[in-house]
Ligand binder design. Structure first.
Ligand SMILES: [Zn+2]
Length: 243
């Protein structure tokens, strides 16, 4: 993975303005990994997809995540911050490959894969429950006599353990923060969605950057390309000289 240049990031922002969160997320992964096979990007497990986006955020804007949430009880604004290193993000392989796993319980065994973006899109489109997503991830189901069976014949213990095992294998698929309201002491779990978080940051970065380009181009008659090619420190220095 590699960070994007200022020019690439602005092109992405322009493209992403009228795209969904999922489309933006997959495009960022594609640009930072030079990987364009859409089917494989859709097949990334949710945790690997979001982990790659968190890693890219770290490359672009540093370690600290800062955000606000509203207390669900009294609506007070609660600020939180988190160091990305806390997530223990693994080094992702250059090649995107779907992995299969096994689970054996009570003489039954299954081979399965982790839920991915394609599963989520299908679930939204067909109004599926989370149990349906789990069933879609089972590739092969076998009984105690090693005969292939329909997943409907699997005992409940398989499904309960499959869900728990997936949570452990793909921990970044569901990132929750514990927050406490300083006003009413209410304690709750807040879900962190890297795709919307990162888009908000890129959107405000792009607007600020274009304002700076406008001010510097007016004052010094430099091209957009020349200004975007400068370091933030040098751009800041020229802006200070104008004021
Ligand atoms: Zn509160």
């Amino acid at each position: 993975m590699r960070p994007l240049s200022h020019n690439e990031l602005l092109n992405f922002w322009e493209w992403g303005t009228h795209r969904s969160g999922i489309e933006r997320g997959l495009m960022l992964i594609s640009l930072s990994s030079s990987y364009s096979d859409r089917d494989k990007l859709l097949g990334l497990s949710i945790g690997e997809r979001d982990g790659r986006l968190i890693r890219l955020r770290q490359m672009l804007l540093g370690d600290m995540l800062m955000n606000v949430a509203n207390c669900p009880t009294c609506n007070e604004i609660v600020e939180w911050e988190m160091n990305i290193n806390h997530f223990q993000i693994p080094d992702f392989p250059t090649e995107i490959k779907e992995q299969t796993y096994e689970l054996e319980i009570d003489d039954f065994s299954i081979q399965y894969r982790l839920p991915n973006t394609k599963d989520l899109l299908t679930a939204i489109h067909e109004n599926q429950e989370s149990e349906e997503i789990l069933k879609n991830c089972v590739l092969v189901a076998m009984n105690r006599d090693n005969q292939t069976i329909n997943y409907s014949e699997l005992p409940d213990t398989i499904w309960d353990n499959l869900s728990k095992q997936m949570d452990q294998q793909d921990p970044l698929a569901n990132i929750q923060f514990s927050l406490t309201c300083p006003s009413c002491q209410h304690h709750w779990q807040s879900t962190f969605d890297i795709m919307s978080y990162l888009w908000t940051e890129i959107d405000s970065w792009a607007r600020r950057m274009l304002q700076e380009v406008c001010i510097l181009a007016r004052a010094y008659h430099w091209s957009e390309k020349e200004i975007l090619g400068m370091s933030a420190k040098r751009r800041q220095m020229y802006l200070e000289l104008i004021s």
